[in-house]
Design a protein. Structure first.
Length: 481
């Protein structure tokens, strides 16, 4: 099932459940309250009649035939009691004074309809309520539907302390409004469900349609159609998602462009050594002088070494980096990098000055990665300068590694892009050395900066600095051998 349909279904079920539950509880509470009120009114009416002139010891003497006229041998007290019950019909539909066995002694109905001693079978079903009235003084039945289709209920009041009961049948008209209330609640729930479905559909459209658009954008990017920008979506969450997808698209384009440039640079950088290899190999094959052949073979080896260096740089730049955040005293890898660079610098008649402190320089970086970053900086410096300096110190909770030289410095037009891949001012090399340095350092949570140029150093040299996070609790210091 789609998100849109699930959203609509959930909203409808929620609204129907809440409205139906609230309506049912309201209806039940109103029904209970109104029925309790009717019971009080019914027993109050019957109790008031019982307390105003109905004497149980007199009514209890009525025998069959008491309803006849006095001339015909009837009881002269029966007619006044019958008139009293007849006046109750302004409040109740029927009224009876009954003795145990549900035999009528007096009725609100005409004498010929309910003679004395006649069993009122309507009361046979309410024995428990009548027993409760004889025990506690009054009781009422639950509402029921009469033969005319209307709602009624019986009420019973005990006459004095006798077993006689005054029974009254009252219309339970309050149930008709309750039925109307129930119908209105059902209709209201249905309308609320319909409204919830419409609103949920509109809200789902505002949510699902942008998601569907972004899904189509993702498919478009997956198929390589990335030139069209991702449209900005309304809303905080969807807008953030759209902006993230736009950054992803731009990142993919940037990586594709880097890959294209890298492939072109690889082809260019490899073609030059290959051309030299072909030239020197052909010349060596044709040379007859052993000394000339040896010289040409040395050139072949030099070109092969250059080719290997280019390939190593590309592999180092393209290979995923797995940083190791171990505790490392950077003095040891810096010394190793200095030894390798010093040997290359001495061949050119230069010098390398190493200034590392006597105290350990503990940082969160793998020793191999730190050595690689420093060695790249040192080699760049040894290729353009005669005097190079490697230094290290602690500063503001960081370990700082500095590589400075007295060379010509970084050209002004390259300073903003010096750490980008394939940016170089050298005739040879792929321009990946500083890009690899930045990649290694940033992978370990550090940074690299060009902190000094020729203009700030009397017209000569430059300085690069590596910053690594130091340890909060360094291990015991060890001396550098």
């Amino acid at each position: 099932m789609s998100i849109r349909r699930l959203f609509v279904l959930f909203s409808v079920l929620l609204v129907v459940g809440v409205s139906a539950t609230a309506g049912y509880l309201s209806w039940r509470e109103a029904s209970r309250a109104m029925e309790d009120e009717l019971d009080r009114r019914l027993t109050w009416v019957l109790g008031a009649a019982a307390e105003t002139g109905i004497q149980a010891n007199t009514v209890g003497t009525f025998q069959p035939g008491a309803e006849r006229s006095v001339a015909s041998g009837g009881n002269p007290f029966w007619a006044p009691y019958q008139n009293r019950l007849a006046r109750l019909r302004a409040y109740v539909s029927e009224a009876y004074i009954v003795q145990p066995g549900n035999k009528a002694l007096v009725s609100s109905l005409p004498a010929d309809s309910v003679p004395v001693g006649m069993v009122v079978h309507q009361l046979d079903a309410y024995g428990p309520e009548m027993d409760s009235a004889r025990t506690w003084g009054s009781a009422a039945t639950r509402a029921f539907v009469g033969t005319d289709g209307r709602w009624y209920k019986w009420g019973f009041v005990r006459l004095e302390q006798s077993p006689l009961l005054l029974a009254g049948l009252m219309r339970a008209d309050y149930l008709a409004p309750l039925e109307q209330l129930r119908d209105h609640l059902v209709l209201g729930s249905a309308l609320a469900a319909l409204l919830a479905a419409v609103l949920a559909a509109l809200l789902a459209a505002r949510i699902v349609e942008p998601v569907e658009r972004l899904s189509r954008v993702a498919l478009r990017i997956q198929r390589g159609r990335m030139r069209e920008p991702v449209a900005v979506e309304r809303g905080e969450e969807l807008g953030r998602l759209a902006r993230a997808m736009e950054r992803m698209r731009l990142g993919i384009l940037e990586r594709d462009e880097q890959l294209r440039v890298m492939l072109a640079q690889v082809a260019h950088e490899i073609r030059n050594p290959l051309g030299g290899l072909e030239l020197f190999a052909s010349a060596a094959a044709e040379a007859e002088d052993p000394a000339e052949q040896a010289r040409l073979i040395d050139r072949v080896r030099s070109e092969v070494a250059a080719l290997n260096g280019i390939i190593d740089d590309f592999l180092a730049f393209a290979r995923p980096l797995s940083p190791t955040r171990e505790a490392t005293d950077l003095r040891e890898p810096m010394q190793e990098a200095a030894e390798l660079a010093s040997a290359e610098l001495k061949k050119r008649g230069g010098t390398l000055d190493v200034a590392l402190p006597a105290e350990p320089l503990y940082a969160k970086v793998g020793p191999g990665h730190a050595k690689r970053a420093a060695l790249n900086l040192l080699r760049n410096a040894t290729q353009v300068a005669r005097n190079v300096r490697l230094a290290g110190w602690m500063q503001n909770g960081e370990v700082v590694i500095s590589v400075s030289d007295d060379g010509p410095g970084v050209p002004v037009d390259l300073r903003e892009r010096i750490f980008d891949p394939f940016v170089t001012d050298k005739e040879q090399g792929a321009g990946l050395g500083l890009a690899i340095v930045r990649k290694v350092v940033e992978a370990h949570g550090g940074r690299v900066e060009l902190t000094r140029t020729a203009e700030t150093n009397g017209g000569r040299g430059s300085e690069f600095r590596l910053y690594f996070a130091s340890l909060e609790d360094p291990p015991p210091p060890t001396s550098v051998v």
